[in-house]
Write a protein that binds this ligand. Structure first.
Ligand code: ARG
Length: 457
């Protein structure tokens, strides 16, 4: 296919170089956005009397027919085209003749691609927000069912204090609510139209950039034409927000993997989200969670690709910027896949509350509460802390836990211990007495559930 810019050249582009240069095999993903942008651009050109209404009608009808044909598979992308913008324009000219050649007045591929990618990312990111909300809904199903299921909370992966499973799950829910906020913030900053920046310096035509911006759902126009075509900050911001979601999913995955091991056995994943082994008949592997954890590296890598592509390029457009697309597309596809599998995996998992409870009975996770018991009876906390440390050591040496040690033995350490200590250090009391705001007590957990519910439409 002859290049649109062939006029200046004596020789055709070398075949390898042509393939190397072409982006159609990945930017074809943006065909809808490219065509919509062109339709609004043509409408503006007519409104400003830069092209006639009649030409605008022909262009619009031509673009619509291309869109329809691509949508129902009646038109295939020409992989010899340089990119999606060239493909649509040459297909338009094929269909409506020379009128099609008027479309590219007062614009450049540089502002066209900058518009297309913003529109594309806006659509995709809104889909991602919906998927994160679905994940929140799945977490809420489990949280509501386990408001009083007790398990050990950990620090350093050592049993620390008793918590409820709902409280633990809601910690992840809070992270995902902030993730939604990060995506929405980035969308807000991105939502300005660069169309009309043209190659880099604006245009001599009497265009109306605000009209196009509004027609495409932008909040306004970019104020500097050089920035309009050079900026890819929004890709960095979005990819960093995508990476943060993956990081959260990956942490959560790590716990899912641990909890499904025989060493923990706190949960059992549903058969539909686990796989077997080719050799070990007993195996039930948490592959989905492992893949999410693994794919996190890939999404981080894409963010670094983007940052590195941008770090050394002078203003304005440089072909390096064509490298913005594959990495961000891959991050989007990966993140969407992960979210689509992760949410139902959480919703369908079986929570083995007895195992959680018996883990909570070991490891002296009520030791803080025993120290608090003494403190509330007047002993300074540091002294109480020391005595309880000695009691724990005594229990370990004598194969006891705090609940099974006799009052007589307790009194060897302090006269303040009385019969009521056993009730005070029961796991149920430890949890229900954590009444501080944001704590694991039931009131706080219910407040958290209420808050997270506000994110679900
Ligand atoms: N395919 C190009 C990209 O993705 C479109 C813009 C090309 N502009 C240019 N002057 N070569 O970045």
């Amino acid at each position: 296919m002859e290049k649109m810019w062939a006029g200046r050249f004596q020789k055709a582009l070398d075949k390898e170089a042509d393939d190397f240069n072409s982006s159609i095999h990945f930017d074809c993903k943006m065909y809808k956005q490219d065509i919509t942008g062109s339709m609004k651009h043509a409408a503006m050109l007519a409104m400003q009397n830069i092209i006639s209404d009649d030409d605008c009608d022909k262009i619009t009808a031509g673009l619509q027919s291309i869109l329809d044909d691509l949508n129902n598979g009646d038109l295939a992308f020409d992989m010899d085209a340089e990119d999606i913008h060239m493909f649509v324009e040459s297909e338009l000219t094929k269909r409506i003749g020379d009128v099609g050649k008027r479309l590219h007045t007062a614009r450049s591929r540089n502002d066209q691609v900058a518009v297309d990618i913003r529109l594309f990312l806006r659509d995709e990111t809104n889909e991602i927000i919906v998927l994160v909300k679905k994940l929140l809904a799945a977490i809420l199903v489990q949280a509501k069912a386990h408001k009083t299921s007790i398990l050990p909370g950990y620090t350093h992966l050592q049993r620390a204090q008793p918590i409820t499973f709902a409280h633990h799950l809601l910690a992840y829910a809070m992270m995902f609510t902030r993730d939604i906020g990060r995506l929405e913030d980035a969308l807000k900053r991105m939502n300005y139209s660069p169309l009309g920046s043209c190659a880099l310096s604006g245009t001599t035509y009497n265009t109306n950039r605000e009209f196009v911006a509004e027609a495409l759902g932008f909040d306004g126009i970019t104020l500097n034409s050089i920035d309009g075509v050079s900026d890819r900050d929004f890709c960095v911001e979005l990819m960093s927000a995508y990476s943060t979601i993956m990081m959260h999913l990956s942490r959560f995955s790590e716990e899912i993997i641990l909890w499904s091991s025989w060493e923990f056995k706190f949960i059992e994943l549903d058969d539909s989200y686990t796989t077997g082994s080719s050799i070990m008949p007993q195996k039930k592997n948490p592959d989905m969670a492992e893949l999410v954890r693994g794919k996190t590296g890939r999404v981080y890598g894409n963010l670094f690709t983007m940052l590195t592509v941008l770090k050394g390029i002078p203003l304005a457009y440089n072909k390096d910027m064509q490298e913005d697309k594959e990495c961000i597309f891959d991050s989007i596809d990966t993140l969407k896949q992960c979210l689509k599998v992760f949410a139902p995996m959480i919703e369908t998992m079986t929570v083995l509350t007895d195992n959680m409870y018996s883990a909570a009975q070991k490891g002296f996770i009520n030791a803080t509460d025993l120290a608090d018991y003494l403190t509330k009876k007047g002993m300074p906390f540091r002294s109480a802390y020391k005595i309880v440390g000695q009691i724990v050591a005594f229990c370990i040496n004598n194969n006891l836990v705090l609940e099974t040690m006799s009052l007589e033995d307790y009194n060897k350490y302090s006269d303040l211990f009385e019969e009521d200590l056993y009730k005070e250090i029961s796991l149920e009391t430890c949890v229900s007495k954590r009444i501080s705001a944001g704590g694991t007590g039931i009131e706080s957990v219910e407040k958290q559930i209420e808050y997270v519910s506000t994110f679900i439409d």
